[in-house]
Design a protein around this ligand. Sequence first.
Ligand code: AMP
Length: 190
Amino acid sequence: MINLVLFGKPGAGKGTQASFLKSEFNLVHISTGDLFRNHISNQTDLGKLAKSYMDQGDLVPDQVTIDMLENEVDQNKQAKGFIFDGFPRTEAQAEALDVFLTKKGMKINATIALEADDDILVQRLLERGKSSGRTDDQDEGKIRNRFDEYNSKTAPLRTYYNNQQKFHSINGIGTIEEITARLTELINSL
Ligand code: AMP
């Protein structure tokens, strides 16, 4: 079993790359952003709660996010491994994930960061916002707030995973295929 965390700022390409890697390595892809958006479409209570944070570009509170993620892992008992995309995003989430996986005899094998400059990411997100319909991608102020959330709450996870010797970085600039090739080479070397 191999369990990967795809790490990086909004727009770094985590979702795009996860969809290639899941078929390449036969993994279940769990994106907490996608799960929240499904809840919003289905107008669940969790969706209503999440929307109030997502609309501002703020993180959704840890406990509801952790509970949703754990529930999703539990629903995929046959999985050969997971790609976690957009989770964990805080130290509390990373700790909860470690505790949860350990209980199941599982672990994170590697956390892989897709690196790119903010200005490139803003352009990518604004471009994506034109077709995705995601309101959090259509407003530069909200995008910058998501980066601030990343810098203050998510970036410290580099140290968290470095201390576990699981942190790896990939250059996230290039064609989709080039970045997939870099990721594949890294994962094969784990
Ligand atoms: P994403 O699709 O990963 O860019 O996530 C979109 C939004 O969903 C984020 O800006 C947050 O509001 C929320 N979100 C997704 N994943 C998490 C997480 N792990 N913790 C807290 N909020 C999250």
